[in-house]
Design a protein around this ligand. Sequence first.
Ligand code: NAP
Ligand code: G3H
Length: 487
Amino acid sequence: MFGVLKDSDKRFKNLLNGDWVGSESNQFIDIYSPLDQSLLGSVPAMTKNEVDITMATAKRAQKQWKLKTVNERADILYKAADLLLEHIEELAHLLMLEIGKDMKSSRSEVSRTADFIRFTADSGKNVSGESIPGDSFPGFKNNKVSVVKREPLGVVLAISPFNYPVNLAASKIAPALIIGNSVVLKPATQGSLSGLYLARIFQLAGVPLGVLNTVTGKGSEIGDYITTHKDVDFINFTGSTEVGRRISKLTSMVPLLMELGGKDAAIVLEDADLEMTASQIVAGAFSYSGQRCTAVKRIIVMESVADELVQRLEEKIGQLKVGNPLEHESLDVVPLISTKAADFVSELMEDAVEKGAELVTGGHRTGNLIEPTLFDYVTTHMRLAWEEPFGPVVPVIRVKSKEEAIEIANESEYGLQSSVFTQNIEDAFYIADQLEVGTVQVNNKTERGPDHFPFLGVKSSGMGTQGIRYSIESMSRPKATIINLHR
Ligand code: NAP
Ligand code: G3H
């Protein structure tokens, strides 16, 4: 069933109008595993001409797709969810090899995605409109009514990042499809094999010809062309702030939904339950080596409890499972996605050491595997206080007051999430109200789920709101038909 994705030389194909097609130019990008550098396959570096054909196909197909009933579209999504679970082992294994996520977490990415797709189908069936009487506005009589329903936008360009190649692709595709859009998926290059596998699942579930298509190629080469393509009606992007900013500069009159980088702070007050706080922070900071937008990326703690918190953090970091997913089923810290990524983390650590931070634990690197690392006494003139490592390194910043904690938290260019650990609900609300972020977690690590909650970043962390219902709304618009009675 998945043989159609590639030829005997492991050269993968793209989904175009219901067919798996090879490369026009014969240019391919090799995909190596970050775990043992083995060659997993190669994907076409698509040409502009191929992109044009793909976009035109998606545009044409959308006109029929939007006419299907929502029940017909939902049935296809339910089938896709079932198929994902049927193939969970195979897909999780591919994820593990391609992006270095341990098998346990890879399986959980696939099953969460099946839940996401099913919930999206349910939510799509519950989208409703409204009718608004005209006479509620001053000066109007009771002779007009606006019947408002939601319409799809057209062709959605979905661009996904490497760290959740299945989940963060499906969380764009499913809401787009259920409301009647067609989709062109551009997966992260490292993650594209998993993205193509997902596209095959949707195809097998019955998505009609041309309604879902894929484009592979390096974002740095093909990105500008696809994001400014005349046939694209909406862009849903997840990735770095740098690329998000570029897309937002280059595009015009195309609505954007962007989830970008973060520097999520865990603020710890004097009265926090330090045992629970330390467990939450360690889980939040180090799972998948901190390669999550919502990872806890700095700890801002009241001086009076800092020593005790640091001691508990050190203890728990010592219990983390570190290694290579090829050898262990369940791990917290795994090799980073690339040498470039690991070099960047090393740079941030060196800067912190040079500027006087105290290394509590970790700090060593073997290849691209970086030990879970905690720095104490990090100050605001160190890069680690502000930059997103996307790796297993967390700074502790000691503060004297709630106000100082809030000020440092808000000085960041990012505004994805923050946590506040306290047993005082008034303090929790006071701080939550001041923080410039999309979501504040009280007594919990920062994290995206459950996936029907709104998920958004402010400042450089994004624009627009995701979350199942919110994504469906973002990828549709109101259409008003006004009935006028002349009586
Ligand atoms: P990235 O380098 O920005 O890449 C994201 C996607 O954009 C990939 O598909 C990439 O393709 C593509 N791309 C690159 N240049 C492009 C261009 N000029 N135009 C259009 N697309 C382009 O990010 P990443 O390394 O995959 O992911 C890590 C970053 O994503 C971190 O900053 C993390 O915080 C952020 N992230 C945020 C969220 C969130 O929900 N807020 C979730 C996950 C990740 P190629 O792979 O071919 O370059
Ligand atoms: O990497 C960004 C993801 O949206 C984070 O999702 O909090 O469920 O790991 P997560």
